[in-house]
Design a protein around this ligand. Structure first.
Ligand code: ERO
Length: 314
């Protein structure tokens, strides 16, 4: 019986009945899509990253699934921050926290949005996206440590809401340490690792073309292929960040074992992106049941029983 097994967790002071929910990006832009997450077994609702103005995003084709994952260059299509702020009132119909992703095109935009959100009591927290790889001419803030420091200085001087950050993947140990050094200076509530692996290139050899159109085919890579990188980022930030910062794992989660691995590395919650895009909101109940089955086999009844307890082989 897995009914005595709990997937409950806490992020930014909010209780989630399940540690599984959606990554910002796929199927979380419209009211219907956000409602579908609300009605699903997901433990929280997370919006598409919001900008100051509504955006159409990049030209299509801009999302393609492959045998090992996905490539996207959506270009931040979204309804604008006021829409996602207003949705917070509606989200109260569902008994789960609503997080809003914010990805202003400048520091000034981010500050304006964050100031505006201060009065929205149904927003459980802001996931500040420092890692969008797909807006032509806009570098990923998370790869510039000084710029990240400057932005967080301004944000934490303003915000009344709990703030977390969504990071790009890092690949070099000194880079993990530099980013952790910046983040540990601020009262960050959570860190989501990782956004897509930026600027990959997928080719259709039959037509001898790229599979997506924007940026001459360059786009963010997600799915199975990125899981080892995602796990490494979860693990490193779990060991480097202050213990009160929750790590949210994102990358390559399509079944219960993938979620188990993220939690073993130190994740307090796990987001689903490419698999959610493919399967829709029913993926949450399926992955949760698979995770509970694994926990039962291993004799665990809560995620605290194994969170962060990865050991190095001898
Ligand atoms: O193109 C996008 O809208 C997008 N794609 C990603 O893989 N990650 C993002 O963070 C993002 C936009 C914020």
């Amino acid at each position: 019986m897995t009914s005595s097994i709990s997937l409950a967790t806490e992020i930014a002071g909010n209780k989630l009945a399940s540690c599984l929910y959606n990554a910002s990006g796929p199927l979380c832009s419209t009211t219907d899509e956000l409602n579908a997450i609300g009605e699903s077994a997901a433990g929280a609702i997370l919006s598409k990253s919001a900008t100051l103005e509504k955006r159409e995003g990049n030209p299509s084709p801009r999302y393609v699934e492959t045998s090992w994952g996905s490539i996207n260059s959506m270009g931040l299509p979204n309804e604008g921050y006021e829409f996602y702020a207003a949705y917070s009132k509606h989200s109260a119909n569902y008994n789960k926290p609503y997080f809003m992703s914010v990805s202003g095109l400048s520091h000034a935009d981010n500050l304006l949005i964050i100031q505006y959100l201060a009065d929205f009591t149904n927003i459980a927290g802001i996931e500040l996206n420092l890692s969008c790889p797909n807006v032509p001419g806009k570098p990923q803030t998370g790869y510039d440590f000084e710029e990240t420091h400057r932005l967080l200085d301004m944000v934490f001087a303003q915000s009344k809401l709990k703030i977390g950050v969504k990071l790009p993947p890092y690949f070099d140990i000194p880079h993990f340490e530099m980013m952790a050094g910046v983040l540990n200076k601020f009262p960050i509530a959570f860190v989501t690792c990782i956004n897509s692996v930026g600027n990959g290139l997928v080719i259709d050899t039959h037509s001898e073309t790229t599979v997506i159109k924007p940026k001459n085919g360059f786009g963010g890579i997600g799915g199975d292929f990125v899981k080892p990188t995602a796990l490494a980022n979860v693990r490193k930030f779990y060991t480097l960040l202050d213990k009160n910062v929750a790590i949210i794992g994102c990358g390559g989660v399509k079944n219960g074992m993938d979620a188990f691995e993220h939690i073993l590395c130190g994740a307090s919650a796990v987001q689903v992106g490419t698999c959610f895009m493919r399967e829709g909101p029913s993926c949450f109940a399926r992955i949760e049941q698979e995770l509970k089955d694994i926990m039962q086999q291993k004799g665990y009844s809560t995620i605290a029983d194994f969170k962060g307890k990865l050991r190095t082989c001898s």
